[in-house]
Design a protein around this ligand. Structure first.
Ligand code: ADP
Length: 250
């Protein structure tokens, strides 16, 4: 039995080492792409003769866009590592989830306007309180709303529903978009996993949003899952998660 335990320990260490190597390779790759672009444009700007002024401006805009993307990757990575370390579980207080939802929608409104996507949700404020961390809850809604806007069709709404289930509140964030093939569904909560790389680049995604979302939900003692297509719908994706209701006296 001792030998078997050692064997298991070694295979666990090997698995962790492979995960670590994959992670470092992924981070390097994700940062290298925008960095290569910044370097290329900066070099062209410094070349003699200098390009015309309007071209210079568009190069600088590309540099800024790529630098912003790198900042987003680093922010998301720091966020994820804080959540994963377990050091920062969160500050859980009774909260109206509809306020977090409205704030998250506000944060996505530029993208929503661009794609002409509306939010459809029964937002009755003061109806329920969940026991949640305010920043994490807002981030969770924001990640799921942003995905529904990005991967959903233009001109179609994102629908958010909620339902009481025992001592929990169950939320569904649903779109009518391209959906997620069954084969990819078990993997989309992994860091840097994406179904279609080209779509990610179009929106400057980091591939970390769902990994962060899963950590947030599990920090709150809940579960998150995807249904694609959603029950009773021909297409799209629904992300379903639960949060604990706050005690009545709170
Ligand atoms: P990203 O920053 O790439 O959007 P996420 O971790 O949020 O990263 O999502 C991981 C991948 O899951 C996405 O790249 C996309 O392929 C897929 N995905 C997430 N949400 C949806 C959705 N609502 N509809 C279709 N695909 C989605």
């Amino acid at each position: 039995p001792g030998a078997i335990a050692v064997f298991h320990d070694i295979s666990k260490i090997k698995r962790l080492e492979t995960m670590r190597q994959d992670f470092v390779a992924n981070v390097s790759h994700e940062l290298r792409t925008p960095l290569t672009s910044i370097k290329g444009y900066a070099e062209t700007l410094l070349n003699e003769p200098a390009p015309p002024e309007n071209i210079q401006k568009s190069f600088l805009e590309t540099i800024e866009k790529n630098a912003n993307h790198m900042c987003k990757i680093v922010d998301d990575l720091l966020n994820l590592s804080r959540l994963e370390s377990g050091k920062e579980q969160g500050h859980f207080i009774p909260l109206d989830p509809m306020i977090a939802l409205s704030n998250a929608w506000q944060a996505c409104c530029a993208l929503a306007e661009k794609r002409n996507v509306k939010l459809v949700a029964a937002i009755n404020k003061n109806q329920f309180k969940v026991q949640a961390d305010p920043d994490q809850l807002m981030q969770l809604f924001r990640n799921l709303l942003e995905n529904a806007i990005k991967y959903g069709p233009e001109n179609k709404p994102v629908v958010v529903n909620h339902l009481v289930e025992g001592d929990r509140l169950k939320f569904t964030v649903q779109d009518e978009g391209i959906g997620i093939p069954a084969i990819d569904q078990p993997r989309i909560f992994e860091r840097f996993y994406s179904v279609e790389k080209f779509r990610r680049n179009e929106f400057g995604s980091t591939g970390l949003g769902l990994a962060i979302s899963r950590h947030i939900v599990s920090n709150h003692g809940g579960k998150i899952e995807v249904q694609s297509p959603p029950e009773g719908c021909p297409r799209g994706a629904a992300f379903i998660f639960t949060l604990p209701l706050a005690k009545k006296s709170a």
